[in-house]
Design a protein around this ligand. Structure first.
Ligand code: PMT
Length: 314
């Protein structure tokens, strides 16, 4: 289904409910795109460009075919889920990531024959078949595991919703409510940027790096900024303000941006089940991977690898 309608009609909760129902029933939506509309409004609801529709159809039928296992597959490291930053022994800062998108990527990469390590924040999901899972809680722990494994990987995908800040110091005992004041001031400090640090690894240790961008407006512009600022090779931008998509849901839509010799290129992936979007993302990333990263790099168990933590583990 390639919908085309006025932006207010598209945004209407009844339309969104129906769209979500269709997606849950297995229908695939192509678009809509956003921009100028025939009536003079600006917003989501434009029919996707015919090239995008054709591309989606081609992708759909290609993925429906049984793919031969690739002759060589890279070691893929994926981060997924939220991080939790303790405020005291009973409270923490976190977000709504369920891990579904990252776990779908891990399952798909494993299905395509890759050796997959999933660095997971706290989620309620079973480990996908054939995937090695490392559980972490904080951004600092995720940073440590990522920087330990990434130099031995061909492809690194940062899908986790990492807390940008943590408490300057977590209280040793439960913070008490006081009668003196109606406010409580917390001092937060920046967490390390995991994916930027992976991207900055020396060339002979650097995997192909794919990030995600969770945006609520100006998706393409903010995503391109993150692609450049964090030094990534590809970024998957998703609009996390759309009902029924993004955080916690079974469906997602995305805009893929990647660097090419002629500048940044992009491709739209319409709303669809996260499992299906994961297949599209993995296939796209693998198609961009330089051949020297396609085969497995020598890997060692994490315990034998030198620690590359920034020393920020609290
Ligand atoms: O888990 P689900 O419920 O299935 O939801 C999926 C999702 C919405 C969480 C996922 O699709 C998604 O958008 N993940 C990225 C969320 C995010 O933190 O986006 P960001 O725009 O704040 O970060 C940009 C990139 O930097 C991401 O690759 C992120 O992993 C990385 N990052 C961010 C901060 C940090 N300190 N270190 C990082 O590596």
């Amino acid at each position: 289904i390639a919908p085309a309608m006025n932006q207010a009609m598209w945004r209407h909760p009844a339309t969104q409910r129906n769209v979500s129902q269709l997606a849950n029933d297995g229908w695939q939506l192509i678009g809509p795109a956003a921009g100028d509309q025939a009536c003079g409004d600006v917003g989501p609801g434009r029919m996707s460009e015919p090239e995008v529709i054709v591309d989606c159809l081609a992708q759909h039928f290609a993925s429906a075919a049984i793919l031969p296992a690739p002759a060589s597959a890279p070691h893929v490291v994926i981060t997924a889920g939220p991080t939790r930053e303790a405020l005291d022994p009973v409270r923490y800062l976190s977000n709504h990531s369920s891990g579904k998108m990252g776990y779908a990527l891990a399952a798909e990469a494993a299905a395509q024959g890759a050796q997959v390590t999933l660095i997971s924040g706290p989620v309620n999901l079973p480990t996908p078949h054939g995937v090695e899972r490392i559980d972490v809680e904080t951004a600092a722990q995720m940073h440590h595991e990522a920087l330990t494994l990434a130099p031995h990987a061909g492809l690194f995908i940062g899908c986790a919703a990492v807390a940008d800040y943590r408490a300057a110091s977590a209280a040793e005992h439960k913070i008490k409510k006081t009668d003196d004041s109606d406010t409580l001031t917390l001092t937060l400090v920046k967490n390390p940027d995991i994916i930027a640090d992976v991207s900055a690894l020396p060339t002979d240790q650097r995997p192909f790096v794919v990030g995600f961008a969770a945006e609520t407006q100006d998706i393409a512009r903010y995503a391109e900024d993150k692609l450049t600022r964090k030094g990534l090779d590809m970024i998957v931008a998703n609009d996390v303000s759309q009902q029924g998509l993004g955080f916690g849901s079974d469906n997602n839509a995305a805009l893929l941006l990647w660097r090419s010799a002629t500048g940044t290129k992009q491709r739209e992936a319409p709303p669809q089940p996260k499992t299906q979007l994961a297949a599209l993302i993995i296939r796209h990333a693998l198609s961009l991977l330089p051949s020297q990263l396609l085969s497995q790099r020598p890997s060692q168990p994490p315990s034998q690898l030198p620690s590359q933590s920034s020393g920020e583990l609290s």
